[in-house]
Design a protein around this ligand. Sequence first.
Ligand code: ATP
Ligand code: MG
Ligand code: MG
Ligand code: MG
Length: 439
Amino acid sequence: MRLSRYFMPILKETPKEAEIVSHRLMLRTGMVRQQSQGIYSWLPLGKRVLDKVNAIIRDEQNRAGAVELLMPTLQSAELWQESGRYDDYGKEMLRIKDRQDRPMLYGPTNEEMITDIFRSSVKSYKSLPLNLYHIQLKFRDEIRPRFGTMRSREFLMKDAYSFDWTKEAALHSYNKMFTAYLRTFDRLGLRAIPMRADTGPIGGNHSHEFIILADTGESEVFCHKSFLNRSIPSVDTDFDDVDGLQAVFNDWTSDYAATSEMHDEAAYDGMPEADRISARGIEVGHIFYFGTKYSEPMGAKVQGPDGKEHLVHMGSYGIGPTRLVPAIIEASHDENGIIWPASVAPFDGIIINMKAGDAACDAACDKIYAALGKAGKDVLLDDTDDRAGAKFAMADLIGVPWQVIAGPRAVANGEVELKNRKTGERETMTIDAAINRLA
Ligand code: ATP
Ligand code: MG
Ligand code: MG
Ligand code: MG
């Protein structure tokens, strides 16, 4: 992508309304734009990161055996009247009427709709286990939308829903998602800690929130320090291995970790003081097993091997991609800007033409850009005629993993400089060596 043809509305000034660093950096880099309170457009740079986050989430959901579909954002109130949540959900739900005066709502979550899909077509235990997910916009009319897309009113959620015909099988489905979440957050460059959690309006009694420790987090959390370097289940994990996944779950729940709602002071105080972490955290994911809470009122049943009808046991599993993007920035930035983990960086790197219009610099940049493109790398070429200082500052601000700096003096020697955004290390090398290193 040539910067001169791209759309990346960088702000020179730090926006005053932004209270936390991720919000400031997302506005400054032109990743998002607020359209009305708590409702955002994702501009091209932000959209790239969001797409990469979604791709990792999707990959790990699929690996764990979940199946993707897409449900609508608007739902009819009828299903929610069936489950009994239409009245309970309260003011967070945006209620709408269509031209026939039928009550509709902008979905804050999809348990009812997925249960309806399930009951309309699944009739036998032989079709189970089944886990269906989508990545779709939600709307919750939050009392205090804030911190940019960290707590917005319209936001993206990956929500998965599992169906089993026994409780034991449902807990295995839960462990699949638990394991997939550990892998997902790790691939996003984050250390997320599963903590015993309250279930809120989703309901149920077996639930974990995945929490990123961060001073700007809105949750108060307590855990053992062992979670900071516990090992992540490998890519070869067999998701059908019931005992293997139970072992992952047991390992990752063997030490104390709870959100404030579930905090057990006696258990926490029982740990040696040096092992205790009391901190703020960001909830990036939340998983629930809630048994027959929806299948019962909505009549979602399958025929078992005994010929009898069984209510299905369900779980639901949420991740917030539009919250994860700022959470990653909170965890990875410095005074000059964002430092993207390579897995979600909007571009693999940037080529900085220090003297656009100079034939030798243009030729060197074009050569590197073409060679890296051919090698499948997604590179931004700064071909604008901004000052050198502004170009360096912009490259650091948007935080892509490496920078190739092509200035007239180096290029005259057939060389460029390579800078690592994270470490700040710079190295001069020939143009071909730079291509070989980065391709
Ligand atoms: P919170 O406690 O932050 O209000 P929640 O517990 O209400 O979140 P869940 O119903 O558990 O949220 O939804 C699953 C996931 O969706 C959350 O873990 C979070 O990552 C994301 N999410 C929820 N609300 C928002 C929001 N207002 N803005 C952005 N992401 C959100
Ligand atoms: Mg909430
Ligand atoms: Mg919560
Ligand atoms: Mg939650």
